[in-house]
Structures are given as structure tokens and as C-alpha cells.
Design a protein around this ligand. Structure first.
Ligand code: KIV
Ligand code: ZN
Length: 528
């Protein structure tokens, strides 16, 4: 991608690749497509859609995104070997705009302990990888993995060679979240000064958040000349995550006169996109998270409220509406019609097709029969509902529970399988949720290890809907499910059924999980 405007920062979103590498965040193909559409609406420049060599499921998701998503460049990750690069290219080849991103570790730690490769072997493999990718497509990105811990002279040598071989973007990753803003700024200044062909490539930054500095480090790199920032929605990603897209974009926008930079992001789409990713991945957004947290625009202290009443600029550096937070105290109820419902959905920043709107409206009417007043949080939950529990093969039919203090709880569940048979089981447990989970295990024959179970109200009030989020481990893989209803025990049952369905469908489609991105010597050598 060539930059015409020297002040324009390219936003490269890797929610579907690095973000998906967070434990428990793996997504189904329809979920990835839904996020990719939201990212295109948000205005990201590049979507890193996945790592096609990782599994058949990854390859299929990247291909579907490449075929269906218009606008952004669709990028696929590959190690520096022909097998990976061929898989990456075959997945993205139908995208109108496409990129192959190849990477190879360069730091002494990785060279010695992971790759067992000498410096000259690294350069040769990187050059071969870039050349091969370039023979398939013009737009090639190269990442020297663990760049922030690589000797500056060697980093300069590798980057120069990668550009000579045809790389059009050079991404400098802080793979382990180790660098600091000042130090990283010096790395970028050094590369700008010493890489003789640096003007032939876009410099990019990719930061992890292990020391909580991913956004600050990315901004420092941008000040020192990086014109692409790699980031994820809500900052999800390996370990402590990646640079958060919403934070880095709003820092650039809010402090435009300081940074003298801008992006192409439609910032009013940040909040709905963040909610969508949180719902699909089950990664809750902390209340105090910058930009998209529930408290990000709440003013509690009397002195602040007083100031806000005089003028919002006293305590607010951004307006909630700038990031698409347009919640109101407007209430819908069972007499509200389609028109009011659609208007509210649109005001909240969601675009639904006719059939999706119809499905949400039917759910809205059912919910309005149980709950007198529906707030924005209820409407959001209806729109964002994931299809996990409704995708089968197991479907919820009914649940009865009995619990009284001092006695074991009893739950009886009735489930229907896609093949038509009905499974009914009862179980006792420490409480109604425990008994329900045991009954579901008996009915489906699938035993899971519960890792975490969370319940939260999606709105205020006594009849608020409860969202249950269940995380389990099964055969060393993490799975999650979530559900929102007015009854938290029933929400918990739906969430566990979603988990069971995910386990069963994953078993059928692709047994493989993300391999560690370990470009071990054998992989690099055999193919190049
Ligand atoms: O963190 C990292 O180094 C990566 C590379 C694959 C770019 O994710
Ligand atoms: Zn990364």
C-alpha cells in the first residue's frame, strides 16, 4: 500500500489473527466474518484475517473473508517457508486487495534457543521467504520477530535485505512487550537513518502489552516515523494482548495537534465494534478500560459533575458520541413497533439486514413480554447475540430447578439433538447452576472442566437480564459460551450448551489448534 499523505497512519487490524491467539478466543467462521465486516465498516486499512497454515479452519476463514469483504486489504500470515506462503496465497488470492505477511525471528535469544540458526542463515531465509511471497503478490510485509531484542546492526541488515528482496512493508514487532517508548523511538529513528532503502517501504509497528506499554510504544514509534500501526479491538492478543486499536486511534485523534497524524477510522463505530468483539470472544471489557469501558465517560465525584454541568470540556477530553457511545435513558416496551426498534438499533451503531432485524424483533417482543422496560443494554444484547447455542447439534428445550438453603439443588434438563432424539436428565449439585451443568453433561455425554463462570447484569433494575459466560477446558483446548436471558440459571444452561456445541463442531471440522508461531529451523530449512 503506498501512502500518498505522509501524515496518514495505516491501521492494520490483527484481531482475527493475533487477537484470536488469546486463550479461549478462538472463533467460528461465521463469527470471524461478522467481525471482518465490522472492521471494514470501521474503516481499517488492512485486516490480518488469520494464519492459513495453522489449521484447515483458519485457511477456510481467511478464504471466506478474502472472498466476501470489500474495502480493506486482506492479509494472511506465513512463516518464511514455501508451504506456509503457498497456503497463505491460496487463501487470499480472490481478495481484490491482498497481502502476504512473512515473519522470521531475528533476536539472539530466538536464533540460539529456538531456531538454532546463524545470522547469515536468517538473512538468507528471510530473503528467500520475501522473494517467494513477492513472486505471488506485489504487497509483501516482512516482520523480524522479536525485533525489539535484536542487535540494532543486525536488524538494520535484515531489514535492508528484506526490502531489497521486495518487501513493501517492514513491521517491527515488540513480540514480548519488553521495550519502552523512548527505547522504541530510538529503534525507529535508527532504522530510518541507517536502512539505505527505507524509503521503498512503509515502516510498521506491532506491540504487545506485557508491561502495559503497547499503546505508548506504538505512539512513540509513530512519532519516530512508523506509518502503520498493528493493533486489535479491545487490545486482545497473546498473553497480555496487543496494542488496543480504539486507544491508539483515539490518542492520535484527540492529540492531533501534538502528533500531527491522522487515521481513516470512523471513530463513531469504535464502541459497537468493541461490544461485538467482546460478545463473540467472551472477553469482557473492564469497566475502567479507556475509550470503551462502562466508566470511560462516567463522572462520579460531585466536583466533576458540577464542572460537567458548567461545560463538558472541564472533565472530558473526548465526547462519548465521538466513539459511538450514544446510550440514552430511552426505554422500549412491548408496545414499541418495528420502526422505533430499528431506529434504536441504528442509533446504537448497529446495521442489521432485513432478516437479522426480523429475528431480533421477534426476540425483542418475547423479551418485552417478560420484562416491562427494555434499555439500551437489552437491545444491544439482542443484536449481539451469538449463534453458538442455536447452531446445534444440541438444542435447549426446557429446564426445571429446585433449590432451598441447606439442601442439594436438583435440575432436570430436556435437550433435543439435531438428529431428532430427546435427552432428558436430572442431577443434584451444590446449587442450581452446578446441578444444571451436571444434568447437561449427563444428557450430552460430554464432560468438561470448568475454568471460569461469570454472571453479570446487562442493565440495571430488578428484572435486568443476566449474561452468563462459561469458559471450559476440553482436551487441552479452551472453549467458551455465553447467553443473555432474564433467568441466570437458564442463561448458564444456554452458555454451557453453546460450549458443548462448539466442542462437537470443532471436533468435526478441524482437530488442529493454532500451533505456536514457532518458525523452527526444520520448517524454515526444508522448504526454502
Ligand atoms: O508478535 C509478533 O512478533 C507477531 C509477529 C508474527 C508479527 O505477532
Ligand atoms: Zn504479535
Amino acid at each position: 500500500m503506498s501512502i500518498q499523505d505522509p501524515k496518514r497512519v495505516i491501521i492494520f487490524d490483527t484481531t482475527l489473527r493475533d487477537g484470536e491467539q488469546s486463550p479461549g478466543c478462538s472463533m467460528s467462521l461465521p463469527e470471524k466474518l461478522r467481525i471482518a465486516k465490522a472492521l471494514a465498516d470501521l474503516g481499517v486499512d488492512v485486516i490480518e484475517a488469520g494464519f492459513p497454515a495453522a489449521s484447515k479452519g483458519d485457511w477456510e476463514a481467511v478464504q471466506a473473508i478474502a472472498r466476501e469483504i470489500q474495502g480493506p486489504i486482506i492479509c494472511a500470515l506465513a512463516r518464511c517457508n514455501r508451504g506456509d506462503i503457498d497456503k497463505a496465497f491460496s487463501a487470499i488470492k480472490d481478495a481484490p486487495r491482498r497481502r502476504i505477511h512473512v515473519f522470521l525471528a531475528t533476536s539472539a535469544i530466538h536464533r540460539e534457543h529456538k531456531l538454532n540458526m546463524a545470522k547469515d542463515e536468517i538473512i538468507r531465509a528471510a530473503v528467500e521467504g520475501v522473494r517467494y511471497a513477492k513472486s505471488l503478490t506485489d504487497d509483501v510485509e516482512f516482520s523480524p520477530e522479536d525485533a525489539s531484542r535484536t542487535e540494532l546492526d543486525f536488524l538494520t541488515e535484515v531489514v535492508t535485505a528484506a526490502i531489497e528482496a521486495g518487501a513493501t512493508t517492514i513491521n517491527v514487532p515488540d513480540t514480548v512487550g519488553y521495550t519502552t517508548p523512548h527505547e522504541f523511538s530510538e529503534v525507529f529513528s535508527h532504522l530510518k537513518k541507517h536502512v539505505k532503502n527505507i524509503d521503498q517501504a512503509v515502516l510498521s509497528v506491532h506491540c504487545h502489552n506485557d508491561l502495559g506499554m503497547a499503546v505508548a510504544n506504538s505512539l512513540a514509534a509513530a512519532s519516530a516515523g512508523a506509518r502503520q500501526i498493528e493493533c486489535t479491538i479491545n487490545g486482545i492478543g497473546e498473553r497480555a494482548g496487543n496494542c488496543s486499536l480504539e486507544e491508539v486511534v483515539m490518542a492520535i485523534k484527540t492529540r492531533e495537534s501534538f502528533y500531527q497524524l491522522h487515521t481513516g477510522i470512523q471513530t463513531t463505530r469504535l464502541y459497537p465494534t468493541s461490544r461485538l468483539v467482546s460478545t463473540i470472544t467472551g472477553m469482557l471489557i473492564p469497566r475502567n478500560k479507556a475509550i470503551v469501558g462502562e466508566n470511560a465517560f462516567a463522572h462520579e465525584a460531585g466536583i466533576h459533575q458540577h464542572g460537567m454541568l458548567k461545560h463538558h470540556s472541564t472533565y472530558e477530553i473526548m465526547r462519548p458520541t465521538d466513539v459511538g457511545l450514544s446510550r440514552t435513558s430511552l426505554v422500549l416496551g412491548k408496545h414499541s413497533g418495528r420502526h422505533a426498534f430499528r431506529e434504536r438499533i441504528e442509533a446504537l451503531g448497529f446495521h442489521l439486514g432485513d432478516s437479522e432485524l426480523e429475528r431480533a424483533f421477534v426476540d425483542f417482543k418475547t423479551l418485552a413480554d417478560k420484562k416491562k422496560e427494555l434499555f439500551d443494554g437489552d437491545i444491544e444484547a439482542l443484536v449481539l447475540r451469538t449463534d453458538g447455542a442455536t447452531a446445534g447439534p444440541w438444542f435447549f428445550e426446557s429446564l426445571t430447578t429446585q433449590a432451598s438453603s441447606g439442601q442439594a439443588a436438583i435440575a432436570s434438563i430436556r435437550l433435543r439433538h439435531a438428529d431428532g432424539h430427546i435427552a432428558e436428565q436430572s442431577a443434584t449439585g451444590e446449587g442450581p447452576v452446578d446441578a444444571t451443568f451436571k444434568a447437561i453433561e449427563l444428557a450430552t455425554g460430554l464432560v468438561v472442566k470448568l475454568r471460569s463462570f461469570e454472571v453479570r447484569g446487562v442493565t440495571q433494575g430488578e428484572d435486568a437480564q443476566g449474561e452468563a459466560i462459561v469458559n471450559v477446558v476440553h482436551n487441552e483446548r479452551h472453549y467458551r459460551g455465553s447467553s443473555v436471558t432474564t433467568n441466570i440459571v437458564e442463561s448458564s444452561a444456554h452458555a454451557l450448551i453453546e460450549v458443548v456445541n462448539r466442542i462437537l463442531t470443532t471436533r468435526q471440522s478441524s482437530p488442529s489448534t493454532h500451533p505456536q508461531l514457532s518458525n523452527d529451523r526444520a520448517v524454515v530449512e526444508t522448504i526454502i
